[in-house]
Design a binder for this molecule. Structure first.
Ligand code: GYE
Length: 324
């Protein structure tokens, strides 16, 4: 196989390593007419997850997949068990969005031990323990640090006042997008001394929890005038809490967020939200393409990076029809 030849010379191996190229260490995938494909979804309590699962179902026929899709209902332990059961059912390939960075590592390792190539989709695992090109083939997804940074940059450019009092609503604790969206935003905002992050708490990427956490934080920090939410569902929850408290999101509180859901684009059109940095859930076609390349023996980069747009007043109306 091509991947084995790459490892044959020391120089090529070095290049492959530095570029994060998949190597012979991951299980091969035979070229077949049809594939038994596992997609182990983490939860289905928000439009993003529902759109992603639908994207896999919509891709199945065109990509010749017999798709086994599960729903771990927000439990990392169930997600690991779901992967176990897929392995027992003899899947050819696994697509896994790991809910959290560490608890899903056993699932990655077990799939590898069973000879099943794994592609991480939309979230990654702890890179110090499980590595692309070794334990899994590749991570398909966005640059979350950059998403947070771009949210901060929009705020720096568009905030009118002299003192930005920021509440940050974090995603699921221990998940790669929560870790990285925090880092990207916090590091960039620290460079502008108009801003202070007065509270940063998890809302688990969920609308209801985002609303509850915002209600509590509003009591402690009534002077908040910026909310940075790691996803749109929590931003919408925060908008509800602010409105209940008599505040005017978009007027006396600037809302910045990430994803690009239909409700968020509508909130931008309505003047309640300032920006949402895109994080697309439509992974089915990309999964099909990368899997077929891998089966054909092509080199797969350890990170197949998805490029994200930015939605604001300028373009939200142009994109709402394709939103989810
Ligand atoms: O932003 C969020 C979802 O992992 C990139 O997870 C994904 C994130 C997405 O629940 O809304």
């Amino acid at each position: 196989m091509k991947r084995r030849i790459i490892l044959g010379t020391a120089l090529s191996a070095l290049v492959a390593f530095s570029a994060g190229i998949a190597t012979a260490d991951t299980p091969p995938l035979a070229q077949k007419e049809r594939y038994k494909v596992g997609f182990a979804q983490m939860e289905s309590n928000n439009p993003w997850r529902i759109a992603e699962t639908k994207s896999f179902h919509d891709t199945a026929e065109a990509c010749n997949w017999d798709l086994i899709a599960t729903d771990a209902a927000g439990s990392a332990a169930k997600q690991v068990a779901d992967v176990d059961s897929m392995i027992a059912q003899g899947i050819d390939v696994l697509f896994l969005p790991p809910r959290e960075e560490k608890p899903l590592i056993p699932a990655v390792m077990k799939a590898k031990a069973a000879g099943i190539p794994t592609f991480l989709v939309d979230r990654s695992v702890d890179p110090n323990v499980a590595k692309p090109g070794e334990h899994f083939v590749a991570f398909l997804g966005s640059d979350f640090i950059d998403q947070g940074k771009r949210a901060a940059e929009w705020l720096i450019e568009n905030f009118d006042g002299d003192a930005g009092v920021i509440v940050e609503l974090e995603g699921t604790t221990g998940s790669s997008p929560a870790n990285d969206r925090k880092k990207g935003f916090d590091d960039r905002i620290a460079e502008d001394d108009r801003f202070e992050i007065v509270a940063s708490q998890t809302g688990d990427f969920a609308r209801d929890l985002g609303r509850q956490v915002m209600e509590t934080l509003l009591q402690a920090h009534p002077d908040v005038n910026v909310v940075y939410a790691h996803n749109d569902e929590m931003a919408i929850g925060a908008i509800q809490a602010l409105e209940l408290a008599g505040r005017k999101p978009g007027v006396d509180v600037t809302i910045v967020s990430i994803d690009g859901t239909r409700d968020a684009l509508q909130a931008i059109i309505d003047g309640k939200m300032g920006v949402t940095v895109e994080s697309s859930p439509f992974f089915g076609p990309l999964a099909c393409e990368v899997m077929n390349k891998y089966a054909a023996g092509e080199e797969i980069p350890g990170w197949v990076q998805v490029k994200d747009r930015v939605f604001t007043q300028d373009n939200a109306a142009d994109h709402i029809d394709e939103a989810y």
